[in-house]
Design a protein around this ligand. Structure first.
Ligand SMILES: Cc1cc2nc3c(=O)[nH]c(=O)nc-3n(C[C@H](O)[C@H](O)[C@H](O)COP(=O)(O)OP(=O)(O)OC[C@H]3O[C@@H](n4cnc5c(N)ncnc54)[C@H](O)[C@@H]3O)c2cc1C
Length: 283
């Protein structure tokens, strides 16, 4: 019964639903407000051929249904859902297929970033399809190494989606306090303003977002803003009305439990959940 209750509470608020049709429908609701949708199939650390095929089929289906040149639809893929937990070669082959199919429709593909021990193989995976103007890589400001990684990827003309980071990492690998993480986020953001023509600020943090907007009033870079569906939807709407390019990251699929626990474990824990209930504004 608790499962049924949680499913309704969470699935409706943060997750589009179990199917490709659900995420396309939720995406269209955002699109009608001028907000883009980044679609992500739930599931990670997949090792069974069947699960990996399910994930691949979901992305194939989105890329089949989406209109060519639809600037408001993007997809975001987790390396370990397309085979990285089996072998780097399998992930590369699957990623190459997704990038090819997306390229035929001129659709943007992101690579999510997972645990720190996967950073090297994820960067290698992403680099395997560069140069490509329609691909981007997520980088996490809580990792001590990230500034160096961002430089490496930016020098190869890669596109960065900058987040704070969502996994539990050891102290020697990751900054732990909000102050340290925010400081690193802003330093990397400044580097991107100085060195990259286009990047994504993926955060719900209004201090960071407003700082980026202020810098960009002079720099006039192609900055995209993104938030997770259901956390601060009204803020996305407000930013869109102010002329910013904004996206909602919308997970879909059956594996909603793991995703929901991660959201609940983040800064603020239950208060984040409660605030997203109050301010999330289902779209
Ligand atoms: C588009 C997108 C893609 C992501 N992809 C990845 C990924 O690939 N890998 C990964 O590790 N992580 C990813 N994340 C998650 C990310 O790493 C963070 O865990 C998550 O975004 C929370 O960090 P924050 O930047 O919002 O800042 P936080 O420091 O958690 O929150 C900052 C501030 O935002 C405000 N805020 C937050 N929620 C609310 C609310 N409900 N109502 C009002 N104010 C609120 C508050 O002012 C709060 O202090 C992604 C996030 C986004 C938005």
């Amino acid at each position: 019964m608790l499962n049924g209750f949680m499913e309704k509470l969470v699935a409706g608020r943060w997750i589009a639903g179990p199917t490709v049709s659900d995420v396309m429908e939720r995406g269209r609701r955002f699109n009608r407000l001028g907000i883009g949708a980044i679609m992500n199939y739930l599931g990670e650390a997949l090792t069974s051929q069947e699960d990996i095929k399910d994930a691949m089929d979901s992305y194939r289906e989105i890329l089949k249904r989406v209109e060519k040149g639809d600037r408001l639809t993007q997809i975001s893929v987790k390396p370990t859902q397309i085979g990285l937990s089996v072998s780097p070669d399998m992930a590369k082959k699957n990623y190459a297929e997704i990038v090819r199919l997306a390229g035929e429709k001129d659709i943007f593909v992101w690579v999510d970033m997972e645990e720190s021990e996967l950073v090297d193989s994820t960067i290698e995976l992403y680099m395997s399809q560069l140069p490509n103007k329609n691909t981007g890589l997520c980088m996490q400001a809580y990792l001590r190494r990230t500034m160096d990684d961002v430089k490496k990827v930016t020098e190869k003309d890669g596109t960065i989606r900058l987040v704070k980071g969502a996994y539990t990492e050891p102290d020697n690998v990751a900054y732990k306090t909000k102050a340290e993480i925010d400081k690193n986020y802003i330093e990397i953001m400044q580097y991107l303003f100085d060195n990259s023509p286009r990047f994504m600020i993926a955060s719900h943090d209004d201090k960071i977002i407003e700082r980026a907007r202020e810098i960009n009033r002079e720099r006039k870079k192609d900055v995209w803003y993104a938030m997770l569906n259901g956390i601060r939807n009204q803020y996305l709407v407000d930013l869109q009305k102010k002329g910013e390019t904004v996206f909602a990251y919308i997970p879909f699929g059956k594996k909603w439990v793991q995703y929901s626990f991660r959201r609940m474990q983040e800064a603020g824990h239950i208060s984040l959940l409660m605030r997203s209930m109050l301010h999330g504004q289902k779209i």
